[in-house]
Design a protein around this ligand. Structure first.
Ligand code: FES
Length: 168
């Protein structure tokens, strides 16, 4: 066999190489958006803290936990997720306000206020919390989460998301 014939590529090899090359290009074209979609949540910046308007402070009765609800929208690529949230605002006096999440710290069920026993009760495993969100009974490991608050021109705002409190 002479040197020129050793460098010669057969038609069969050429077709194999072209098929592999075209297949590779198609794989990259299809695979890149999929990889980008899967990886992008990990690279996305964390949602910034946001002040949420609850309502007029003077309309919240003193000493009675009052439920407020609001929605948050998160847009991730083509996907829009809307989540609903609930908070209890407790006005201790004319100026002191405490705002608690209504999410139980055990497994995330929504607590409700029971005025007859003056406690929040989680319906899932009978977890109980007192007026200021401390655990009084059941499996919840820590108090209800609390929101930072501010009042501007008589309007009560909370800083989302809430922060965790430890048992006192
Ligand atoms: S989820 Fe509230 S006690 Fe389990």
């Amino acid at each position: 066999m002479d040197k020129s014939s050793s460098n010669h590529i057969s038609r069969r090899d050429f077709v194999k190489m072209m098929t592999a090359a075209v297949g590779g290009v198609i794989g990259v074209i299809i695979g890149l958006p999929v990889i980008s979609y899967l990886v992008s949540p990990a690279l996305r910046a964390q949602e910034p803290d946001t002040w949420i308007r609850l309502g007029l402070l003077e309309e919240i009765p003193i000493g009675i936990p009052t439920l407020f609800q609001f929605n948050r929208s998160i847009i991730n690529g083509w996907e829009k997720t809307v989540t609903s949230h609930g908070v209890f605002a407790i006005r201790k006096d004319a100026t002191n306000i405490l705002v608690l999440s209504n999410i139980c710290t055990h497994l995330g069920c929504r607590v409700s206020w029971h005025p007859d026993i003056q406690e929040y009760v989680s319906p899932c495993h009978d977890g109980h919390f007192d007026t200021v969100g401390n655990v009084t009974f059941g499996p919840p490991p820590r108090p209800l989460d609390e929101y930072q608050t501010k009042v501007e021109e008589g309007i009560l705002y909370i800083l989302f998301p809430p922060y965790k409190r430890s048992n006192s």
